[in-house]
Design a protein around this ligand. Structure first.
Ligand SMILES: [Zn+2]
Length: 108
Protein backbone atom coordinates (compact mmCIF):
# COMPACT_ATOMS: atom_id res chain seq x y z
CA UNK A 1 0.00 0.00 0.00
CA UNK A 2 2.76 2.42 0.91
CA UNK A 3 4.68 1.48 -2.21
CA UNK A 4 1.71 2.26 -4.44
CA UNK A 5 1.38 5.72 -2.88
CA UNK A 6 5.09 6.33 -3.48
CA UNK A 7 4.75 5.42 -7.17
CA UNK A 8 1.78 7.72 -7.59
CA UNK A 9 3.77 10.62 -6.17
CA UNK A 10 6.61 10.03 -8.59
CA UNK A 11 4.69 9.36 -11.77
CA UNK A 12 1.68 11.64 -11.50
CA UNK A 13 2.15 14.82 -13.56
CA UNK A 14 3.23 17.88 -11.57
CA UNK A 15 0.51 20.32 -10.60
CA UNK A 16 0.36 23.36 -12.84
CA UNK A 17 0.53 25.73 -9.89
CA UNK A 18 4.05 24.56 -9.13
CA UNK A 19 5.07 26.95 -11.89
CA UNK A 20 8.33 25.35 -12.83
CA UNK A 21 9.27 26.03 -16.44
CA UNK A 22 11.29 22.94 -17.25
CA UNK A 23 12.48 24.54 -20.50
CA UNK A 24 14.72 26.72 -18.35
CA UNK A 25 16.52 23.64 -17.08
CA UNK A 26 18.84 22.53 -19.82
CA UNK A 27 21.47 19.89 -20.23
CA UNK A 28 24.31 21.83 -21.78
CA UNK A 29 25.62 18.68 -23.45
CA UNK A 30 22.43 18.34 -25.51
CA UNK A 31 23.26 21.59 -27.29
CA UNK A 32 26.91 20.69 -27.75
CA UNK A 33 26.12 17.22 -29.10
CA UNK A 34 23.42 18.53 -31.47
CA UNK A 35 25.66 21.30 -32.76
CA UNK A 36 28.68 19.03 -33.17
CA UNK A 37 26.65 16.35 -34.95
CA UNK A 38 24.95 18.79 -37.32
CA UNK A 39 28.26 20.36 -38.27
CA UNK A 40 29.92 17.01 -38.91
CA UNK A 41 27.14 14.65 -40.07
CA UNK A 42 28.14 14.94 -43.75
CA UNK A 43 31.65 13.74 -42.98
CA UNK A 44 30.37 10.62 -41.23
CA UNK A 45 29.43 7.50 -43.16
CA UNK A 46 25.96 7.31 -41.64
CA UNK A 47 22.36 8.02 -42.65
CA UNK A 48 21.51 11.64 -41.81
CA UNK A 49 17.73 11.29 -41.39
CA UNK A 50 16.16 12.66 -38.21
CA UNK A 51 15.69 9.19 -36.68
CA UNK A 52 19.37 8.32 -37.09
CA UNK A 53 20.55 11.72 -35.87
CA UNK A 54 18.36 11.39 -32.76
CA UNK A 55 19.62 7.82 -32.18
CA UNK A 56 23.22 9.04 -32.42
CA UNK A 57 22.46 11.90 -30.01
CA UNK A 58 20.75 9.54 -27.53
CA UNK A 59 23.74 7.17 -27.54
CA UNK A 60 26.23 10.03 -27.20
CA UNK A 61 24.28 11.77 -24.43
CA UNK A 62 23.95 8.53 -22.45
CA UNK A 63 27.73 8.23 -22.50
CA UNK A 64 28.34 11.79 -21.32
CA UNK A 65 27.70 13.08 -17.80
CA UNK A 66 24.82 15.58 -17.80
CA UNK A 67 25.75 19.27 -17.54
CA UNK A 68 22.59 20.93 -16.29
CA UNK A 69 22.29 24.70 -16.18
CA UNK A 70 19.40 27.01 -15.35
CA UNK A 71 18.78 29.53 -18.12
CA UNK A 72 16.70 32.69 -18.33
CA UNK A 73 14.49 31.73 -21.28
CA UNK A 74 15.79 28.30 -22.18
CA UNK A 75 18.51 29.77 -24.38
CA UNK A 76 22.13 28.89 -23.88
CA UNK A 77 24.73 31.26 -25.17
CA UNK A 78 28.15 29.75 -25.22
CA UNK A 79 30.99 29.35 -27.65
CA UNK A 80 33.26 26.45 -28.26
CA UNK A 81 36.03 28.55 -26.67
CA UNK A 82 34.38 28.07 -23.28
CA UNK A 83 34.72 24.32 -23.53
CA UNK A 84 37.78 22.53 -22.19
CA UNK A 85 39.86 20.46 -24.56
CA UNK A 86 39.02 17.32 -22.57
CA UNK A 87 35.28 17.97 -22.83
CA UNK A 88 35.56 18.46 -26.59
CA UNK A 89 37.43 15.15 -26.87
CA UNK A 90 34.82 13.40 -24.70
CA UNK A 91 31.98 14.85 -26.76
CA UNK A 92 33.56 13.96 -30.11
CA UNK A 93 34.30 10.44 -28.85
CA UNK A 94 30.72 9.94 -27.62
CA UNK A 95 29.27 11.15 -30.94
CA UNK A 96 31.67 8.95 -32.91
CA UNK A 97 30.60 5.95 -30.83
CA UNK A 98 26.98 6.79 -31.59
CA UNK A 99 27.76 7.04 -35.31
CA UNK A 100 29.52 3.65 -35.30
CA UNK A 101 26.56 1.95 -33.56
CA UNK A 102 23.86 3.61 -35.70
CA UNK A 103 25.71 3.07 -38.99
CA UNK A 104 26.06 -0.65 -38.24
CA UNK A 105 22.51 -1.05 -36.91
CA UNK A 106 20.19 1.73 -38.14
CA UNK A 107 16.68 1.60 -36.67
CA UNK A 108 15.06 1.54 -40.13
ZN1 LIG B 1 18.30 7.13 -41.02
Amino acid sequence: MKEKHFQLLIFSPPKAEMGINMKRLRNFNEDWVKSYLERNIKSFDVCDCEDCRLDIMAIALNKLPPQYVVTEKGAIFASVNEMSHQRMVDLATAVTEGVVIVSSRPSH
